[in-house]
Design a protein around this ligand. Structure first.
Ligand code: GLU
Length: 423
């Protein structure tokens, strides 16, 4: 379906924002297509002797403001149009939050859960070899995204350093701390989302205390959003991962306990915790309800947080959304039709390129520390992150007021203005 193609949506978002600021036609042309797309073939023999052929991608959208920057996604649904859209959104995100990077994205069409660890390492090393010519600390700097993590980043550094004959920590970000990673990078996307929300609340004269939240996705992003929101006084009532979710209207007692339970059981469905005892048997005592990952978005709550994949809020479920605020922690969770429906319902959409920019912000800090041989403490990282996010959020709100546009349009306008000015 045309409207659910993220790349087509990205194009429309660009055209629309360009009209508001009368973007120079040459600049618009430069941003309309990626600078370069690369598709590599990754044939591999699995441990059981079977031969499989995987496809890998790297899209370098634009480097006007600095090296291409963006994550690598390992997922069975990865394809070129998705990676192109994600790369474009990185260009915009990096400009909104003002880190000196362009935008890029990559991935492999694979469900990593079907591979053994050694197979995953082999696949990652092969992929690194095939993109080694086009990545590098001053060229293109990958990072984690869906289903990739610090361990995978460490393999890339190792392989890239072997190929180039010199240790190059700054070739990727999101590394393990003991291997050149930054303090706070793991928490950064989630924490950045909470800083965005709190800044928005200040602008709108709202208070977090008691506000109810439902979160879709319990990976690195959803988990930390949930933890930090709970710490700040929000009432987290529902959590879900791809296999299902839990809903406790009176509030989930401790996100940390649910995290431990998921680690033990492999899924968070059934993680109804009283103290440290987590069991489906507690469901009635807590007045809980099992829900699917789709149902999470339709609960009667104040705020919903899509923190998994794109295209989860569509024309089919938008009218059923009861929340008044959507904090977009996933990239591209809302289709264009859904966006219009929600706007008419006066739902405040805090757009992905602002809300989830905390991750790449701390990636920038990591890259900077690597290049300057520094290691900052976690407090310092969080303080600097807060400053960046508050500034970006403030600019987006001011632009939204100035032009009378949504926060999403305003975020694009802020980004395009910055790219146009070349700073
Ligand atoms: N994958 C993350 C994102 O979508 C982080 C990218 C990065 O740190 O380069 O923003």
């Amino acid at each position: 379906m045309v409207n659910n193609n993220p790349w087509e949506r990205a194009q429309k978002q660009l055209q629309k924002a360009a009209r508001y600021i009368k973007l120079d036609p040459l600049m618009l042309a430069k941003l309309t297509n990626p600078d370069r797309v690369i598709e590599v073939s990754l044939p591999m023999k699995l441990d059981n002797g079977e031969v499989k052929l995987f496809q890998g991608y790297r899209v370098q959208h634009n480097n006007i403001r600095g090296p291409y920057k963006g994550g690598l996604r390992y997922h069975q649904d990865v394809d070129m149009d998705e990676v192109k859209a994600l790369a474009f959104w990185m260009t915009m995100k990096n400009a909104v939050v003002d880190v000196p990077f362009g935008g890029g994205k990559g991935g492999i069409t694979v469900d990593p859960k079907t591979l053994e660890e050694l197979e995953l390492e082999k696949l990652t090393r092969q992929f690194t070899g095939k993109i080694a010519d086009i990545i590098g600390p001053q060229k293109d700097v990958p990072a984690p995204d869906v289903n990739t993590n610090p361990k995978i980043m460490a393999w890339i550094v190792d392989e890239y350093s072997k190929i180039t004959g010199k240790k190059q920590l700054a070739v990727v970000t999101g590394k393990p701390i003991e291997k050149g990673g930054s303090e706070g990078r793991t928490e950064a996307t989630g924490l950045g989302g909470v800083y965005t929300l709190l800044t928005a609340f200040q602008k709108l004269n709202m208070k977090p205390k008691g506000m109810t939240v439902a979160i879709q996705g319990f990976g690195n992003v959803g988990l930390y959003v949930a933890k930090f929101l709970q710490k700040t006084g929000f009432k987290v009532v529902a959590l879900s991962d791809s296999k299902g979710g839990i809903y406790i209207p009176q509030g989930i007692e401790s996100v940390e306990e649910v995290e431990k339970c998921k680690l033990e059981k492999g899924t968070l469905a059934g993680c109804y915790c009283i103290g440290s005892v987590c069991d489906l048997k507690n469901i009635d005592k807590l007045g809980g309800k099992n829900i699917s990952s789709e149902e999470v978005l339709q609960l009667p709550v104040d705020i919903i947080v899509p923190a998994a994949l794109e295209n989860v809020i569509t024309k089919d479920n938008a009218a059923k959304i009861k929340a008044k605020i959507v904090l977009e922690m996933a990239n591209g969770p809302t289709t264009q039709e859904a966006d219009e429906i929600l706007r008419k319902k006066d739902v405040l959409m805090i757009p992905d390129i602002l809300a989830n920019s905390g991750g790449v912000t701390v990636s920038y800090f990591e890259w900077y520390q690597n290049l300057n041989n520094e290691h900052w403490g976690k407090e310092e990282v969080f303080k600097k992150l807060k400053v960046k996010i508050e500034k970006a959020t403030g600019e987006v709100f001011d632009t939204s007021n100035k032009y009378g546009v949504s926060l999403r349009e305003a975020a694009y306008i802020v980004a395009l203005n910055r790219i146009q000015k070349g700073n």
